[in-house]
Structure formats: C-alpha cells, structure tokens
Write a protein that binds this ligand. Structure first.
Ligand SMILES: Nc1nc2c(c(=O)[nH]1)N[C@H]1C(S)=C(S)[C@@H](COP(=O)(O)O)O[C@H]1N2
Ligand SMILES: [Mo]
Length: 528
C-alpha cells in the first residue's frame, strides 16, 4: 500500500475495517446459529426478503428487466455493498465515540430482528440467531477498537484504556500489528462460521433427499396425447416442452421454503360450508390428472423468456372446493404460500373445466423445490402472480372486495388473464444473416383461447401468415415458422398472433405493470 502512496492505515481507515469485520461477525454467527432455526430467519435472508416486500413495482420491474432471473444475485450484491458501507461508518463512529457506536450497532441489530420476526412462518425464538450475532459483533468491535485507541491516547477513550495506553510498551507499532492480527483472525473465524452454518443448514435439511425418494402415483386421467408436430421445425426455437432445469423461475423467496411432506397440509377455509384440511397423503391417494399447461409471468416483457410449458400432475382444485362448498357471494380464492406470498384467483376459474390444479408433479418428477415442492397451484389462462402459488398451504374462499393479494397490494392488478402474445425466437436480436432463405420461428400463446394465426411482417411490408405447428391444446403455447427471403440490409422482423376468438394481439405497447405487457415483438437483424 505504501508503494501506491496511499495512507490507508490511519486510525479511521482501520476503524472502518473494524466495522466491516464486526458486521461479518454478526452475519456469520447468526448464520451458524441460524442453521438450527427456520431457514428464513437468518439476517441476510430476512433483510433481503423484507427489502423485496417493500420494493415498489417499478423497481421489481426494473430488476427483472435488467437482471432477469439473476435479480436475486443482484440484490445480494447490493445488500453486501450497503451493509459494508454502513459498517464502515459504524466502525468510525465507535472509534470516536464508543457509546454512540454501540447504539448504532444495537439499532442495526433491532432492524435485523424486526426483519426476521415479520417474516411469515417464523416464531419469536427465530430472533435468537440475530440477537446472538449482534452480541458477538459488538464483542468483536470492542476487541478491534481498543488497539486503535492505544495507537494514541484518544481523549474520548474510556479511562481504563487510556490508563492502559500510557503503560503500553512497544507503542504504536505493536498496537497496529495487534489490530491487523485481530482483524485477520476475526475475519477468518467469521468465514469459517458462515461456511459451517451453510453446510450445517444443508445437512440438517433432508428435503432434497426426501424429494428424490418420492414416488409419484399414476394419474387416473393421463395428459391428452401430444401431436407429433408441436415443435417448430426451425432450429433454435425453444423446446415445446420446457425441461424443469430450464423452466423460468420467478418468486419473492430468497431462500426457497423447504417443506417436509409430512409437515405439509392445505387448509381450505373462509366462506365455505365446511373447512377442509388436506394432507400430502390425501393428495397421493386422490384421483390425480395430468395435463400440459403453459405458465406465463406478468412481468414478461414483449419478446421475453418468462414463459414455460410443462406436464403437470395434480388434483383438480374443483374437487377440493366441492368438498368445502363455497358460500353464496364468494367470488375469489386467496391462496397463500408458506412464506407469505398470496394470489387472488376468481373462484369460478378454479371450478370450471380448465382443470386448475394442486400440482405435485412436473414433467414426470416431484415438483422441483424452487418450483413449489411439495405442492403448488397451476391455473391455465392466468398469469402466475394471481394463480400459480408455489409452496401453497392455504386456500381462503373470500371476495375480491374483502381481500387483496401480495402483488395487488403493491400496485398490480387484482386479476390477470393472460394476453395474446407471439414471440420471435429465431433469428435472435442483432443476428447477422446471409441473404436468401432465412428460417424464422417462435412461439405464441393465448391460454384457454388458443392460437389460430401468427403473422410475420418484415419492416413495413405486408403481414404474411406463418405456418402454425400442431396445437396440443388451447392451454399450451403454439409454435410457428416462416420462410423469409432476406435481402441485404438492416431489417426488422415482427410477429403478431390471433386467438380463437378472432382477436389479434394489439400493437399498443404496455408495460408489464399492472396487468401484463402488450405490443408486437420486433427483432432487428443485419443481412449481408
Ligand atoms: N410462493 C410463491 N409462489 C409464487 C410466486 C411467489 O413469489 N411466491 N410467484 C408467482 C409468479 S409471479 C409466477 S410468474 C409463478 C412462476 O412460477 P415458476 O417459478 O415455477 O415458473 O409463480 C407464482 N407463484
Ligand atoms: Mo409472475
């Protein structure tokens, strides 16, 4: 550092470092102890989740548009930087005025505890990791700041330290060395504690193993056979059936809820004649059906990838509602997840023949943990934010006038029928192509209505009908292809879909907020 001509070892800089190391101690100790508590109760996840809950919808929109499904990684980086900056400030404050520093640390501890305790599904005891972490952080801070006071007899240093400083032999050099040794040892210890906490947490949770061991029952009604020609012949168009590993993931969960099937139950209550509670075994024993359904996220921008098509295995929600018998006047079911997400779905949509289901299987496997294991909702025709509750544990039969869902409270619509949408997968945006025959292809969706036409437009030319691939059903997407005779130059390839009601996708551009993006997808390419 000296070579660079930087004076980085002044007491203030060292105090800032002490703050950062102490903050690491807070988080690491809480992580280690937190391994024995609810997964969502560690400070990092609680703070992050609380932040997400308070995120205004424009910011959620921005995060998804900018970082896509990396939005969570971006959040962690942002949180890390914020915490480090705060810790620097607190370190310097503690050095200059210890009591004030302590107050600051206690305040931060209180914020963390508040974030933990306001998570869904946590109890008072879940505050213990954060409380112990804060105490450990304070001890670390004290141990690091004392050598700094000894560097020079700081006038505000506590009397015992000042007196001690006078007696010091070896002087500033020893204190500085002591400080860096202590900081290094503490940082390494924090790293070990945090890693140990993560490993312990993973070892204690056997949900992944339980999922692997789970045998899915055979449905009484198999999915209707898929016609041979559902896949667009154009290479590079997304696979008609989306593999689980490639299925988009969108949720507010920073740490995925880990639910043991033996602990899972679904409570159906509210405006019903009879409260019903279902266990996982009840589901395994029930008459399950299988069906291909394309899920779509309301946050998907025009041309975006937040849609996927899978074969779901589950119990029609209709059957559960039949047992509960909704009362007159009810028009909505508010489904809740174990982690506090909720979705408002029109009651009649869950009762009609579109086979909305409580799904336990996805493409022949138990639901992947991040897609809602052990049970989620799958409702054809509605965006996920008003229907596709993962880790679902509660169905409250109610009225739109009486209850609001998670995203509705944050500025999104209370209902979310999926808008008709075409997507151009090939060619890719900014592709450089050779003049002549160019294969164009993509997918289109209008769940529950079905796609009857896709048209392609080059620049401002005429709209020309594309060739539709086979339709599996009206609740799955439908692929298309088109052969374009490309001439040299820069071109725009646009597409639009028409659904079975005869309505053509609007060219009116709308943002995802509040009820889904609209407009024609457009891909710019250069032909050589
Ligand atoms: N528990 C829970 N379920 C949820 C969400 C959530 O944040 N939490 N997000 C919903 C949204 S917005 C969508 S688009 C779908 C996405 O489902 P997927 O991640 O399996 O693709 O899940 C829905 N179910
Ligand atoms: Mo979504």
């Amino acid at each position: 550092m000296k070579k660079l001509g930087l004076r980085t070892k002044g007491p203030e800089t060292m105090a800032a470092l002490a703050g950062v190391v102490s903050a690491a101690v807070v988080l690491a100790v809480a992580e280690l102890i937190g391994a024995f508590f609810t997964a969502r109760a560690t400070p990092v996840f609680a703070l992050g989740s609380t932040f997400i809950d308070f995120t205004p919808s424009w910011m959620k929109d921005f995060a998804i548009a900018t970082f896509g499904t990396n939005d969570k990684a971006a959040l962690f980086v942002g949180m890390g930087v914020t915490i480090a900056l705060l810790a620097c400030v607190l370190g310097i404050v503690a050095y200059k005025k210890w009591a004030l520093g302590v107050l600051g640390v206690l305040f931060m501890g209180a914020v963390i505890v508040a974030a933990v305790l306001t998570r869904a599904g946590v109890g008072l005891a879940d505050a213990i990791p954060s409380v112990l972490g804060t105490i450990a952080g304070l001890i670390a801070l004290r141990r690091l700041i004392v050598p700094l006071w000894r560097l020079k007899a700081w006038p505000e240093a506590p009397a015992d330290v000042a007196a001690d400083a006078d007696k010091q032999v070896g002087g500033a050099g020893t204190s500085r060395r002591r400080f860096f040794a202590a900081a290094g040892v503490t940082a390494v210890a924090a790293g070990i504690a945090a890693t140990g906490g993560r490993l312990l947490g993973a070892a204690r949770n056997n949900v992944a193993q339980a999922r692997d061991a789970l045998r899915l029952p055979t449905p009484i009604k198999a999915a209707p056979p898929v016609p041979a020609g559902v896949q667009s012949p154009v290479a590079g168009v997304s696979s008609w059936l989306t593999p689980n590993s490639e299925f988009y993931r969108i949720d507010t969960a920073l740490s995925v809820p880990e639910i043991n099937v033996n602990d899972w139950s679904l409570r159906v209550h509210g405006m019903v004649e009879e409260e019903v509670t279902l266990t996982f075994q009840d589901l395994l024993d029930a008459d399950l059906i299988e069906s291909h359904v394309t899920l779509t996220c309301v946050s998907n921008p025009v041309g975006g990838k937040l849609a996927g098509n899978a074969k779901w295995l589950g119990l029609p929600i209709r059957e559960v509602l039949k047992r509960a018998r909704p009362k007159d006047g009810a028009d909505m079911v508010l489904s809740r997840s174990i982690d506090g997400f909720s979705a408002s779905t029109p009651l009649e949509v869950l009762q009609d023949d579109r086979d909305a289901m409580l799904a336990i299987g996805m493409n022949g496997e138990p639901l992947p943990v991040e897609h809602g294991y052990p049970v989620r909702m799958v409702v054809p025709g509605l965006y996920g934010f008003v229907s596709a509750t993962k880790w679902v544990v509660e169905l409250e039969v109610t009225r739109f006038a009486d209850s609001k869902a998670y995203w509705t409270e944050r500025g999104w619509s209370e209902r979310g029928p999926i808008k008709t949408m075409a997507r151009v997968d090939v060619p890719a945006s900014f592709a450089r192509l050779k003049a002549g025959k160019v294969a164009v292809g993509g997918t289109a969706w209008a769940q529950t209505r079905g796609i009857t036409k896709v048209e392609v437009q080059i620049d401002d030319g005429d709209w020309v009908e594309a060739t539709l691939s086979d339709e599996a059903s009206t609740i799955t997407w439908r692929q298309w292809s088109y052969e374009w005779d490309a001439t040299p130059g820069m071109h725009y390839v646009k597409a639009r879909a028409t659904d079975a009601t005869g309505e053509t996708q609007t060219d009116k551009r709308a943002d995802p907020v509040p009820d889904g993006a609209s407009g024609w997808p457009s891909v710019m390419v250069t032909v050589e």
